[in-house]
Design a protein around this ligand. Structure first.
Ligand code: XIL
Length: 345
């Protein structure tokens, strides 16, 4: 048995993948066995696609149509199509892992240089999205089934929910989200689904802001297909009741729901902690399967953020060793794996 077979009738099972994972035969075997979808953990983000040297050296030439380098994206496309895996495109428009110079007048490397004006930034955004989407469609049509068009535009604490420090917000204003989706719809291949992706989407205020400020306006324009709930959870802290409410609220809008970056931070490998982790995963998958079965939310894929514990980004991010996934260092199945399988068996 395997994850993807067990969940076949419900939704795709994915994992994030690094460029090293694609080079290791054992990782490839695991990918073929358990998953039918992958997401590039880093390699398809703007910082790996924008050609710094070209843009910075020839700003007049690329000012409104940035130079791009597709080597990294190409390796994900090739690996996915060779291994029969669907690919989630992650991500086009984000405040993070997008170089600061991209937002500056004349692509200046000087941190204090002025922002480029709105018109220029919209042209750069369109150029970027057009470049990436037409490249992937020409190179490997049909491999990418969904794109995270905009990532993390919302804050959860402030009065007004927009992430105001984002250079996209600073240069374009809040309509940067709508522009990004319009451009993506214009250049995406047929059938490619467009997603808004964010973390902590289970928090009530954030859920409400996302629905009202982002999803509903985009739905009205017909330019969005789904919501990505990242799913970076913390054991015994993140509220699964609220998570379920969000799944149902997004489902009710008629959007596809995907869990795009699932992991549950847990700082102990002891049996008791691993049992709690297993229970939490079981509850979460129970929520997703029930929502799908009962027609309450069209959950179409669930992607883990990492193949095994020792490779998880959480150890760096949380600054303590984390054991957040279904597989241990040697790809051995943990109690959490058994628990996730039991949900559907
Ligand atoms: C993370 C990667 O896992 C790390 O390797 C990298 O250093 C930083 O980004 N939300 C997202 C992902 O949308 O792209 C992030 O991935 C995790 C949080």
């Amino acid at each position: 048995m395997s994850l993807k077979k067990a969940y076949e009738q419900y939704f795709k099972i994915g994992t994030s993948v690094s460029k090293w994972n694609m080079e290791w035969p054992q990782a490839t075997r695991e990918l073929q066995k358990h998953y039918n979808s992958i997401t590039g953990e880093n390699g398809m983000k703007p910082m790996f696609v924008l050609d710094m040297q070209e843009n910075v050296e020839h700003p007049e030439k690329y000012n409104i149509n940035p130079a791009l380098n597709f080597d990294s994206i190409r390796s994900f496309l090739k690996f996915s199509s060779e291994n029969g895996l669907g690919l989630r495109g992650h991500t086009l428009v984000w405040h993070n892992q997008t170089p600061l110079w991209f937002f500056k007048e004349n692509y200046s490397l000087d941190e204090k240089a002025p922002w480029a004006d709105k018109e220029t930034m919209l042209a750069r955004m369109e150029g970027y999205i057009r470049g990436v989407l037409t490249f992937v469609e020409k190179e490997c049509p049909g491999v990418i089934y969904a794109w995270d068009v905009v990532n993390e535009a919302m804050e959860e604490n402030e009065e007004d929910g927009w992430r105001k420090k984002s250079p996209w917000y600073q240069t374009v204003g809040e309509d940067f989200v709508a522009y990004a989706f319009r451009f993506a719809r214009k250049y995406a291949g047929p059938g490619v689904k467009l997603f808004y992706n964010d973390y902590n989407t289970f928090l009530p205020k954030k859920r409400e802001d996302i629905c009202n400020l982002i999803l509903k306006p985009l739905l009205k324009e017909g330019v969005i297909d789904g919501i990505g709930m990242q799913g970076h959870l913390i054991l015994n802290d993140s509220d699964l009741k609220e998570f379920e409410k969000s799944v149902l609220a997004f489902g009710e809008l008629g959007l596809e729901v995907q869990v795009t970056e699932l992991d549950i931070h847990c700082n102990s490998p002891e049996e008791e902690a691993m049992k709690q982790l297993a229970d939490t995963y079981a509850k979460l998958f129970g929520i997703l399967v029930d929502a799908k079965k009962n027609g309450k939310a069209n959950v179409t894929s669930v992607t883990f953020w990492g193949m095994k514990d020792d490779e998880s980004w959480l150890t760096g991010f949380r600054k303590e060793k984390s054991y957040p996934l279904l597989f241990g260092e040697k790809y051995q199945e943990k109690a959490a794996y058994e628990a996730v399988m039991r949900v559907v068996q």
